[in-house]
Design a protein around this ligand. Sequence first.
Ligand SMILES: NC(=O)c1ccc[n+]([C@@H]2O[C@H](COP(=O)([O-])OP(=O)(O)OC[C@H]3O[C@@H](n4cnc5c(N)ncnc54)[C@H](OP(=O)(O)O)[C@@H]3O)[C@@H](O)[C@H]2O)c1
Length: 310
Amino acid sequence: MGEILEQVFISVGLLVCLVCLVKCVRFSRYLLLNYCKVLPRPFLRSMGQWAVITGAGDGIGKAYSFELARRGLNVVLISRTLEKLQAVAREIEWTTGSRVKVIQADFTRDDIYECIKEKLKGLEIGILVNNVGMLPNLLPSYFLSAPDDIQSLIHCNVTSVVKMTQLVLKHMESRRKGLILNISSGVALFPWPLYSMYSASKAFMCVFSKALQAEYRAKGIIIQVLTPYAVSTAMTKYLNTNIITKTAEEFVRESLNYVTIGDETCGCLAHEVLAGFLSLIPAWAFYSNAFQRLLLTRYTSYLKQNAKGR
Ligand SMILES: NC(=O)c1ccc[n+]([C@@H]2O[C@H](COP(=O)([O-])OP(=O)(O)OC[C@H]3O[C@@H](n4cnc5c(N)ncnc54)[C@H](OP(=O)(O)O)[C@@H]3O)[C@@H](O)[C@H]2O)c1
């Protein structure tokens, strides 16, 4: 009996060591890619001449547009407000010298894709950033108390990813080259109470993205889903930045170092560590009423105190 117990303890110990080793290897790959700049700078440009970014008029999408233009790509900016798009386009052309096209489209509608397809015709698209998304409630809220724009949310957060991918992937497949970045969210990594619709819509992105990567990896296409936590943008009412809450520019610059790290990443080291800690919370505690009360009280007052709501 004693010997069997000893064997069990040794096996469990070895298993724990193995898990720790895997985590250390993954962590060191982040350090290597971020600090040693292992990814050659022309890598992104080698995907093709143009990058297409949805939700490019502000926040994370705007930051991707600037950074990709800085790295030598021409950019197609697709978003809702034409004046904002034109202002961003002028600034990108002026500061980077890259070519910029703008397409005004409202992703809460599902009749926009023929027009987008027409406007993208003939472009050698190497990168697609499926960034557009909406968060119905920044403050935690029960499903029945959240804004009732379910169809718009599904069109914007789910349909847009599938349709834009369908438009661009065919050409990437024939060129056997391309990069698709799908901006999901940390709340997609497991179901988040009080953000149910948002969390579920972003989880769709993770599943779709990872399944697609398995299908198209052998055809030379990289499809990566990003699951960031807080980034200070209009969506998060310009939360004060800190070690966790990144500016859009910081987040984007770092995330582009990790495009070859695998089919899923938080996009920055700080969020990767946070995700690791959150995954240690046992499900019974995470889905308890006490945790929801904590979100409704402490987290809500944190958001109210730190949001600038510009
Ligand atoms: N910020 C965060 O903390 C955070 C964390 C995790 C994941 N994300 C995800 O990252 C993505 C970008 O978020 P963000 O914080 O950068 O948002 P943001 O600052 O609110 O910017 C969103 C951009 O998308 C555009 N947009 C919104 N709804 C649209 C629609 N129906 N049709 C066309 N364009 C639309 C906006 O257009 P206008 O210029 O007209 O406003 C704006 O340019 C989202 O998918 C979000 O879910 C954000």
